[in-house]
Design a protein around this ligand. Sequence first.
Ligand code: AGP
Length: 604
Amino acid sequence: MCGIVGVIGKKNPAKIIIQGLEKLEYRGYDSAGIFVTGKNKQDYLVKSKGRIKELKAKLPQEINGEIGIGHTRWATHGRPSELNAHPHTSEDNRFVLVHNGVIQNFEEVKAKYLTNYTLKGDTDTEIVVQLIDHFVLTEKLTTKEAFRKTLAIIEGSYAFALVDKEEPDVIYVAKNKSPLLIGLGKNFNVICSDAMAMIEETKRFVEIADQELVTVWADAIQIEDAKGNLVRRESYEAQLTLNDIEKGTYPYYMLKEIDDQPAVMRKLIQAYSNNQQELTISQEIVTDILNSDRIYIVACGTSWHAGWVGKQMLEQYTSTPVEVHLASEFGYNMPILAKKPFFIFLSQSGETADSRQVLVKINELTYPSLTITNAAGSTLSREAKHTLLLHAGPEIAVASTKAYTAQIAVLAIVAKVIGEAKGNLKALNIDLVHELSMVAQAMEVLISRKEVLEEYAQTYLEDTRNAFYIGRGIDYYVSMEAALKLKEISYIQAEGFAAGELKHGTIALIEEGTPVLGIITDANIASHTRSNLQEVETRGAHTLIISMSGVEKATDQLVLPKVHPMLTALVSVVPCQLLAYYATLQRGYDVDKPRNLAKSVTVE
Ligand code: AGP
């Protein structure tokens, strides 16, 4: 989704803004823009459709100024174009604004206040900058007053950075539901959607709460709530280094992040082990889950897929029923809840708007909740009662890999701890520290065999229009994730199916050469999935079987090292991630930045 950066008090703001925008590229965007001004009154507004490199090519050699804002846009209202790219300016060009989010009542605002204005583009954002201008001109308000009044009128999600050319020593910012941080420096300050954008400038950040308005000068900041009351808030140090966000010798972040997975498993063991080397989570979480009669897992995309694996583990170890829901459906179509529900929000970014709107409702209903996220301090983490971290390090490729496996590992730890507390025999008997170490080793084996997956991608996926992953039980859940990985970056139309369901309709799509990839890790259902693979092969499918040692057959194309039956997803997903990676490379697409997608989906 859109990314915002801003700098005040630094000599070369354009350079810092461009570097910051480049670090936000991973969020997904289709156009970008930058505005720089300063005391010399000369200003620069440059916008471009496409990539940051196209924006860079349009920038003048030298840009003087001490204050600037920049933006990457992921189009919601108005096509991606230079005109619709941010920053947006008021009719008289005095006010300059960037925005991340969606203004829901922009049509009404336009009709009520802005009939005299000629709008330049088609975005909802432009309404906001014109409205600020309108209040300054017609009601003689100060810029801050006009901004506050505007914030009270608009509805929706936003993170804004506003510059008034007549006050070239200040940036006004505000947020509601969309992420925005202030970074503190020595005689300079920065703003950014994500700390990683400005980590080269500072490690010290201040959070902004929804509906606050912040005035940012080079040497100070002032936070006010919606009514104008001053708010004091301590800064914190971001636990992030430049190294964490660089891909080093890797050609793509996705490959690095696939390779990171064994280390993440080991990090999780460490992070969740006590002095006796036993896995543990906070007692408050244990008590809340023990007091509940049903667990609801709410998530989107890959995180939702991890939730399905989590359901299996939680139900088997805790005997508590678990439901898995898509956040975008749950919020507006809530099922009848159990008497004592407990909610788990799974979100790599912790910023996903669909999940957040559910959490807001859950909080209103005062039900206990836990966010499992990779982003400490993220909105979902702050707003849920409890948080467990994924400790996966920044995940920058749009296609989620290490966050998926980290989510499953954390859910396994939760299942084990709660199961033990309930005296469940399965939970008592599993040595999860050992089993997760075995998973890390198995992942390493697969990662060391990349050339095999590269070859299979060529043999099975080259030139294909579509592909199917099939499996049963946990293998079905992994099939859904494997198919999402493949489709989102290679644009092959891929679907994951419950193997037994294929013959109830989808088998009609099987033609000569259609790739069908079977995942088989569970001895109890292996023969059934093999029969289903046989059925499609008879109809011309090109089948590739990924099986686990112990249930393999000599003809299977890839045999996975054996791990505990509860943890097979952590291993079987790795070759699927690699197949997606290589299929995409072979098609010549950008692995890390697939078209139309955003890393952190901050609009509903
Ligand atoms: C998967 O590769 C995608 N990046 C996407 O499905 C993602 O998992 C989804 O948007 C949810 O994001 P979250 O985990 O940050 O909430």
